[in-house]
Ligand binder design. Structure first.
Ligand code: NAD
Length: 249
């Protein structure tokens, strides 16, 4: 199996792309801690997985991702539960925005900075503290197609994903010599709650530019995470891999 014996932490693992990543990692033989923002949603995701894969090695946590110490504690608990090592850290939790520039409030721009940038930084830092010591590990960040093209409203969202790419490429250079690979996956329009929450007009406009003619499924994005997390991708680092049906805007 692709991820046999590997131990992973996945943030934003309760639904959408993150939950698909958790299921894919389990399917490929990894042990996983899935993180969400609330105990209830974490328990719901764990129950769904138990129904699907009874006895799968998965546990839940709901750390405040803006607090590096809480993320580190989740990693330590994961290592305690699953054999003392951390092989894969997925910083996937994120929110989208569609607010026009002049309507942004300070709270709104801070919210996307906190979750989409600071939390990814914290996840990278907390994981790197363990992985550098181990001399091995893989960090995967969820970027977005908007990190290539920007978007016509909600500029905080693409700005945050440009930052994710910057972190990914920089940390690949910093941590590569220490045995840690760092990559990002940039999904295009993917059929999750996040897309369901966007204005219909925006989704229609974006979908019209997809050569494969449809939004992606979370599982199609998760497949790429599993590949990048595995030893099959042993010479891949510093990449932002698009999974977007060939979309161009
Ligand atoms: P989703 O809204 O379905 O799920 C978001 C996840 O993030 C949930 O597990 C939720 O618990 C977690 N989360 C939200 N706010 C949080 C907080 N404050 N603290 C901790 N966790 C929090 O979203 P999705 O569509 O699956 O998106 C996942 C990632 O993929 C995001 O980073 C998003 O930017 C990116 N992405 C999604 C699409 C898409 O079309 N769906 C496209 C490109 C990129």
């Amino acid at each position: 199996m692709l991820l046999e014996g590997k131990v992973a932490v996945v943030t934003g693992g309760t639904r959408g792309i993150g939950l698909a990543i958790v299921k894919s990692f389990l399917h490929h033989g990894a042990s996983v801690t899935l993180c969400g923002s609330r105990k209830e949603t974490v328990e719901k995701a764990l129950a769904e997985i138990e129904d699907l894969m009874p006895g799968a090695p998965v546990r839940g946590a709901h750390p405040d991702l803006t607090d590096e110490a809480e993320v580190r504690a989740t990693i330590e608990e994961t290592m305690g539960a699953f054999g003392g090592h951390l092989d894969i850290m997925v910083n996937n939790a994120g929110i989208s925005q569609s607010t026009p520039l002049v309507s942004y409030t300070p709270e709104e721009i801070q919210k996307v900075i906190d979750l989409n940038i600071l939390s990814v930084f914290n996840g990278c830092q907390a994981a790197a503290k363990v992985m550098v010591e181990q001399g091995s590990g893989v960090i995967l960040n969820t970027s977005s197609i908007v990190s290539l093209y920007g978007q016509a409203a909600g500029c905080g969202y693409p700005a945050s994903k440009f930052a994710v790419n910057g972190l990914t490429k920089s940390l690949a250079r910093e941590l590569g010599p220490k045995g840690v690979r760092v990559n990002a996956v940039a999904p295009g329009v993917t059929a999750t709650d996040m897309v369901a929450a966007l204005p219909e007009e925006m989704v229609k406009r974006v979908s019209a530019g997809i050569p494969l003619g449809r939004p992606g499924e979370p599982e199609e994005v998760a497949n790429v995470f599993s590949f990048l997390a595995s030893d099959k991708a042993s010479y891949v680092t510093g990449c932002v891999v698009s999974v977007d049906g060939g979309a161009v805007f």
